[in-house]
Design a protein around this ligand. Structure first.
Ligand code: ZN
Length: 499
């Protein structure tokens, strides 16, 4: 007879089977599916998510989890798995079927309204649906419960342990230190990056991207890359991880850094323990930790001078028509140009966080009622003026630019900034732990860094909280000063600023 832990494991793997089958369908939808397939694909995905909800909230699972929660014979890892599964189970049980149906329906209508509103550049089309959605999200906060701020309940869904209070402290640092630092940068002469906007052949870029992934040690026997309109990473198990990229022939930056970014996400997934498939110990820790992996490779590695010391010559040989007269230094400065802009997804490494901070402040206000949905465009535009010094010309490039709210994802945005701040803190530690790291990166050897990430982060799966992991690795919880020091160090040199 199987013991309870075996039964629990089997149940979780069944949920994973259905979840990852959905992921295959979603991946296909973005990469290959012909447009006309959309209707039934949506139906298939909704059926599968219904099955997952049933399995995840079944009484059978509840009984097993409660029994195992009191089982003193379990190993440390087994205990951690049961604890995390019980947390998730308890959370899921708080939703009534009625609420789930109402929310799913409203999200689907909101998404359509948002698409139309963005296309027609008219916030009013989205407004009534967004009002409905915000009301439901407020109900969700009450239903899930919280200790201090209702918004905490939503933050927790994406980043367990994250609170409004902690985020306020992080963004206080952004406001007090990063905003004035970027102002100083803006007063200096901008690096010339026009050569990055010349014509870069599509095929050559694709092959360069594949080489970039190979150098990062992305395992092509356990993954592949395809093209999609929005780059993303997904996985079906640790031995089958998919990344996508997009190529802009008139902007070299787009493919290269999205390749590295998604590659960073993918290395994390490939580094998870495949034998723990479906169990928390075989899953990524949290969204912010996932993002820390992509940002570490994208910014701390692929936007560093060390990385290009080895790689720039290869790039010059590939595109001599654009780069033969550009020195490595000029290239490095160009890829690190800082410039306030309207669109979050194309923002530079520093001003990116102003975009996130604005969304965080707005979400907090929407949930506690201090910001009304109808005021959103004006609130948005004022914040862009205050933090980025920009006039927002219209709603499409302003308040309607992101998909998240139409999906009902409130509390997601902060994980992007948390991810970058974790990345800086982890990378500083990696350099301390491994004094040869930079010189290896200069030689094009990324293995020592990957080994460090595998050992310190990937192998743990979701057996501990992000705060605990960070403390275990760096000796302290997430601390904005680490990011700020990294930023000051790097950008003062590029912009000739004295500290
Ligand atoms: Zn990412």
């Amino acid at each position: 007879m199987k013991n309870s832990y075996e039964k629990y494991k089997e149940h979780l793997q069944k949920i994973a089977d259905v979840n990852y089958s959905s992921a295959v369908l979603q991946w296909d939808q973005e990469v290959y599916m012909p447009g006309e397939g959309a209707k039934y694909r949506a139906q298939q995905l909704s059926t599968l998510s219904g099955i997952v909800h049933e399995l995840s909230t079944s009484d059978e699972l509840g009984k097993l989890l409660n029994e195992l929660n009191n089982d003193a014979t379990l190993s440390q890892k087994e205990k951690a798995n049961v604890k995390e599964s019980l947390r998730y189970y308890t959370e899921q049980k708080k939703y009534s079927t009625e609420f789930v149906i109402k929310l799913t329906q409203t999200i689907s209508e909101s998404f359509q309204a948002w698409q139309k509103a963005k296309k027609e550049n008219n916030f009013k089309i989205f407004q009534p649906l967004l009002e409905k959605l915000v009301e439901l999200k407020k109900q969700e906060c009450e239903l899930l419960g919280y200790e201090e701020h209702p918004y905490d309940a939503l933050l927790n869904q994406f980043e367990p342990g994250s609170t409004t209070k902690k985020l306020k402290k992080l963004f206080q640092g952004v406001r007090d230190e990063l905003v004035p630092f970027v102002k100083k940068i803006a007063a200096q002469q901008k690096p010339d990056y026009n050569f990055l906007l010349k014509h870069y052949d599509k095929d050559k870029q694709w092959h360069f991207g594949i080489d970039v992934l190979k150098q990062m040690l992305f395992d092509f026997e356990a993954g592949r890359q395809d093209i999609s309109s929005h780059p993303f990473t997904t996985n079906f198990n640790a031995k089958d991880v998919r990344v996508t990229t997009r190529i802009n022939e008139n902007d070299f930056r787009e493919m290269t850094w999205s390749c590295v970014h998604e590659g960073g996400h993918a290395l994390y997934e490939q580094g998870l323990n495949v034998d723990d498939y479906g169990l928390p110990s075989g899953e990524y820790l949290s969204l912010a930790i996932h993002e820390s992996q992509s940002r570490l490779w994208e910014n701390n590695v692929a936007r560093s001078s060390a990385y290009w010391k080895n790689n720039y010559k290869k790039l010059q040989d590939l595109f001599p028509e654009n780069l033969k007269d550009i020195s490595t230094e000029k290239f490095y400065e160009a890829i690190n140009a800082v410039e306030p802009s309207l669109i979050r997804t194309s923002a530079d490494e520093l001003t990116y966080h102003f975009h996130v901070m604005i969304r965080f402040e707005i979400e907090e206000g929407l949930i506690d009622g201090s910001v009304k949905v109808e005021e959103l465009p004006s609130v948005w535009n004022k914040k862009y003026k205050d933090y980025l010094g920009l006039e927002v010309p219209d709603d499409a490039s302003g308040v309607l630019q992101d998909i998240h709210w139409s999906h009902g994802s409130f509390g997601y945005f902060p994980t992007y900034s948390q991810g970058s701040f974790y990345a800086a803190q982890f990378f500083i530690q990696a350099l301390k732990d491994n004094p040869n790291l930079l010189s290896e990166i200069e030689k094009g050897n990324l293995k020592p860094l990957l080994n460090w990430l595998r050992e310190k982060i990937h192998r743990h799966g979701r057996t501990l909280k992000a705060d605990e992991l960070c403390k275990q690795i760096t000796g302290e919880e997430l601390n904005f000063n680490n990011f700020m020091n990294y930023a000051k160090n790097k950008f003062s040199k590029i912009y000739n600023l004295t500290l």
